[in-house]
Design a protein around this ligand. Structure first.
Ligand code: HPA
Ligand code: ZN
Length: 333
């Protein structure tokens, strides 16, 4: 089965590029840029990656991101992820970045976006890996800060495909960001938001009805509302589910308890993603291997999950069709 998973062409739709910062690179960059980090060895960093909830993780994740200073650092970070895409046979990726994590430390918006964009352009050229860039607003900050960030992003809009919403979910509902999402929509950007990772279904409803997003990131709490499940199914609203992340952050007590197989069985457009692979013990294929083992998925179910990601992606219909043809030709025996 691992060979079957590995060989499938895949799309990733929920990956925070700052979450692909491996401890080794964190150390190198800390040394080069003379930034203090609270660890002495790579082993010490890894030992710190024991989380009891989302906030626990975010505190460590934002501290780690402080080593990223120059355009070259953002290039190297993104390029290292692209090499993982190549290993995992990811042919299309839609990456999140968090501009405020960097601009709040005095790093220019331009430094961040140009480093990421150059690496993604190179991925297209060298490996034929296509991509989209989604700029996320940090929901623990104010809407005013999000609007300021949006305005800083305007000179780079040809590089930005969509906006998203991430960081501390509880007590920061989607409705807090209604104006900035409305503006992004008017400007023709695609819309997504993290919702229903830790918080209840009202956050998913707000993301859909107030922000008018096209995909829900995580969304696993939807299972607690029959009415919402019915809607997700009928409207085929994609959920970008991140199994390793959910278990690491104790959204589920074990992989065996994850609800993705149930949701898939109910006809929800579930996709599989790595979220923050350097922090959650693995990249996209690792997530597939884990769910296959713990939830006893069939080849047909794995293929459906892979197909769903292409369906839910922001790639063109003609690009989708050509991948569907490739997937349709796969032998399930
Ligand atoms: N949830 C919210 N914010 C995040 C996450 C997540 O899973 N990963 C990185 N920022
Ligand atoms: Zn996420």
């Amino acid at each position: 089965m691992t060979e079957f998973i590995k060989a499938l062409p895949k799309t990733e739709l929920h990956i925070h590029i700052e979450g692909s910062l491996e401890p080794g690179m964190m150390f190198e960059l800390a040394k080069k840029n003379k930034i203090e980090i609270p660890y002495k060895t790579v082993e010490e960093v890894k030992a710190a990656y024991e989380f009891s909830n989302l906030q626990d993780f975010l505190d460590i994740y934002y501290a780690g991101a402080k080593v990223l200073i120059t355009q070259e650092d953002f290039y190297d970070l993104t390029w290292a992820y692209i090499l993982k895409c190549r290993e995992d046979n990811i042919v299309h990726t839609e990456i999140f970045f968090d501009p405020q994590t960097h601009t709040e430390r005095g790093i220019a918006f331009e430094t961040v976006i140009l480093g990421i964009k150059k690496a993604l352009d190179n991925a297209q050229k060298e490996f034929d890996i296509s991509s989209k860039i989604i700029m996320c607003f940090l929901r623990h900050l104010s809407q005013e800060s999000a609007i300021e960030t949006y305005e800083e992003s305007l000179p780079f809009h040809e590089y930005i495909d969509g906006v998203g919403l991430d960081s501390s979910e509880l007590n920061n509902p989607p409705s807090k960001f209604q104006d900035v999402f409305k503006r992004a929509k008017e400007d023709g950007l695609r819309l997504v938001a993290h919702a229903g990772e830790e918080a209840d279904v009202s956050y998913i409803y707000e993301a859909l009805d107030i922000l008018e997003v096209e995909r829900i990131d995580h969304g696993v709490q939807a299972i607690h509302s029959n009415e919402l499940m019915q809607r997700l199914k009928e409207e085929q609203i994609p959920l970008t589910v991140c199994p390793h992340s959910n278990v690491s952050l104790k959204v589920f007590s074990s992989m065996e308890k994850h609800n993705l197989k149930t949701m898939l069985g109910e006809g929800i457009l579930v996709t599989i993603n790595s979220d923050d692979p350097a922090y959650f013990n693995g990249y996209l294929n690792d997530n597939f291997y884990s769910i296959y083992q713990s939830l006893n998925l069939s080849k047909k179910e794995i293929l459906q999950l892979v197909r769903n990601s292409f369906e839910a992606s922001f790639m063109s219909n003609s690009q989708k069709e050509s991948y569907f043809k490739e997937l349709d030709a796969i032998d399930l025996n």
